[in-house]
Design a protein around this ligand. Sequence first.
Ligand code: KIV
Length: 274
Amino acid sequence: MSRSAPQKALTAADIRARKGATPLVCLTAYTTPVARLADAECDVVLVGDSVGMVLHGLPSTLPVTMEMMILHGQAVARGLDRALMVVDMPFASYEEGPAQAFRNAARLMAETGAGAVKLEGGRTMAETIATLVQRGIPVMAHIGLTPQSVNALGGYRVQGKGADADRIRDDARAVAEAGAFSVVLEKVPAALADQITAEIAIPTIGIGASAGCDGQILVIDDMLGLFDAFKPKFVKRYAHLAADAAGAIRAYAEEVRARDFPAPEHVFTDEGKI
Ligand code: KIV
């Protein structure tokens, strides 16, 4: 479970101190090998509850459990040396109140070795964030489009348009004042994300927000083109791994059917050599 070199790992305080500096590079990861790849470039690796949709084929993040987050958190921890590991609190693990949130956040930290947790919600979660922070659990907040509230929000819509901007601004102020060390702004208009970034003292991490945020995050399977069930408009594909994998599997199938694979260099001799 434990990280191989925790003493070298970035902390929530290091990330907080990057406000207004070089943009923070953040990605999700759910497995050890992908965490190793992300660790080479990222400041923050998030074990997002997007794992439910991306790896488990679930229709939303709502059915994701504590056990899933712990298992994937432990896998990611084995792949990280430098990046701060943040683990998402799954739906229904914190909304009852500060006591439930502390119990589950402490379990996530203790069983995965994470350096922080992330939870969704603004002003309504301020008391919970303050409780966790005062008891030693760094919190990354997440406002704007909060996917765990997809049913209440009426879909995966942009949040904070027009007069609704005040609500998102108030959420940002509330989580910053409560002690969150950073805040994810998901799917908010760029001008609003820029205003919030200028106003609050903690780093903003944009996803479908603005290049002016203090950092950016994407779901790694989205940017690698590995998850292609659908593509949010804000995602840029830096690779097309699903298409590459489909081509590789097709080539393998054709070679097996034609008895071209395995070739002599892939089979053993009597002496056990290839
Ligand atoms: O679950 C997740 O991957 C997230 C990011 C998209 C911010 O919350």
